[in-house]
Design a protein around this ligand. Structure first.
Ligand code: AMP
Ligand code: MG
Length: 420
């Protein structure tokens, strides 16, 4: 008699499955950053990657200036005198310094951003001052150096402000402008070619016949890649025909740093794609212990990296964010990609889970009535339910060893705001 339990009830993980972490690190270690550098105007640098260190050519701010509207005074005049009376001898405007000398017992009216006059070291805000004609009473409780921004307190001349590998975001644009820098050396943009495979697929703008569906994956890919500032080569839908697929791979590898395909990597489907890829490079076909997104192909076609993503629309997005995005970031030269933030949050709805795969369920992160962060499911979790990605603002990550989750359980959540 056969005492073996049926395989579908086995509790040992499938040895042919690769963990999400292993898949990610195998991919990351195979990626090399692009080498070319170009010079662009700083605004065109938004979303690009710094290629050479930026050294500050000046102090920022360049001069010691007032943080408030008020009066610039000598702190020695303030010491412990409650009824000190100072004579106002002029005004320092932002951009129009007061250039006279300030003697004992004198003060200068000063505006925010104006250079703090020589010999003064403290600004008393106007609200705390009693003004009588051309004199002021600065009152008590003032501290030496208050309301004064020191030259170089933001950036010092000669300091490395931005290092190679830094992604240029709005703050960096402002930082570069504050240094008077007009052009910046950046890594060249990487170029990604992508196409969809599947005989059932039709492009939008055509009519569907029985059994056909619109190709949506090229649109999510377009969106995800465009958000990363990548140069795109959209190669359309390639029919499941040997010659067409081979031509598409050859063309793509001639012009792109990476190739992304969707569909056709699941067992049974992949056979002739495998033959073609073997001829043109090396590709591994993996079964990753994740849901959705189990089948995944990764390797090289000519000199381009190749990512063969599954066909199901949600699988495409999950595998892109978990594997392709960090790889493309490394390829683009970004040094600190930073793993996406993971939060531990109570889940207010039960979640169904079976098997030993890591699940990326779609969730909605929100504040409850007490202002506490909670997460709930978007509902049906099929890998074809793209609407779940549209409703969600996070992935709920259930580790392989977890089972179904009861309402109230703490779960790990990856907010889309740090991911997409
Ligand atoms: P496959 O991985 O080729 O077996 O495809 C898995 C499922 O995803 C099938 O239901 C396909 O019809 C669907 N699919 C594949 N490619 C696309 C696409 N580009 N757009 C929308 N659905 C797709
Ligand atoms: Mg297919």
């Amino acid at each position: 008699m056969n005492t073996q339990p049926p395989s579908c009830q086995s509790n040992t993980p499938d040895p042919g499955l690769l963990s999400v972490d292993d898949a990610r690190s195998r991919i990351q270690s195979a990626i090399r950053p692009v080498a070319c550098i170009e010079t662009v105007a700083i605004r065109d640098g938004l979303g690009r990657v710094i290629a050479e260190s930026v050294i500050s050519p000046l102090d920022v701010p360049p001069h010691t200036n007032s943080a408030m509207d008020g009066y610039a005074v000598r702190s020695s005049d303030l010491a412990d005198k409650d009824d000190c009376l100072l004579k106002v001898i002029g005004t320092a405007w932002a951009g129009k310094p007061f250039d006279g000398a300030v003697k004992n017992g004198e003060a200068v009216r000063i505006m925010t951003g104006a250079v703090v006059p020589d010999d003064t070291d403290t600004v008393v805000i106007q609200e705390n001052v009693v003004r009588e004609g051309d004199t002021i009473r600065p009152g008590t409780g003032n501290r030496q150096g208050q309301n004064v921004r020191k030259a170089g307190e933001d950036l010092r001349k000669g300091q490395t402000v931005l290092a190679p590998g830094k992604l240029i975001m709005p703050a960096e644009l402002g930082l570069l402008a504050s240094l008077g820098i007009t052009e910046i050396r950046v890594m060249r943009r990487i170029r990604v070619a992508f196409f969809s495979t599947g005989d059932e697929l039709r492009p939008v703008g055509t009519d569907l016949k029985a059994g056909q569906i619109f190709d949506s994956n090229r649109y999510t890919l377009f969106g995800m890649l465009t958000r990363m500032g990548i140069e795109l080569v959209d190669m359309g839908i390639v029919p499941d025909r040997r010659e067409d697929i081979e031509t598409a791979f050859r063309d793509a590898s001639a012009s792109a740093d990476a190739i992304i395909t969707t569909g056709g990597v699941s067992v049974g489907e992949a056979d002739y794609v495998k033959d073609i890829l073997e001829k043109l490079g090396t590709t591994d076909f993996w079964k990753v212990a994740m849901k959705p997104g189990r089948p995944l192909a990764f390797g090289h076609v000519g000199s381009a990296c190749f990512f063969g993503l599954p066909g199901n629309p949600v699988s495409v997005m999950v595998t892109f964010y978990e594997f392709v995005k960090p790889a493309l970031q490394k390829m683009a030269g970004i040094q600190e990609t930073g793993t996406p933030v993971v939060l531990k949050v109570p889940c207010t709805t039960p979640l169904k889970k079976r098997g030993e795969r890591m699940e990326f369920q779609r969730g909605i992160l929100e504040n409850d009535t007490n202002g506490e962060l909670t997460v709930k499911t978007t509902g049906e979790q099929g890998s074809g339910i793209l609407n779940s990605m549209s409703m969600a603002n996070c992935f709920i990550i259930l580790s392989p060893e977890m089972n179904s989750v009861e309402a109230g359980t703490l779960v790990e959540v990856q907010p889309f705001s740090t991911l997409v």
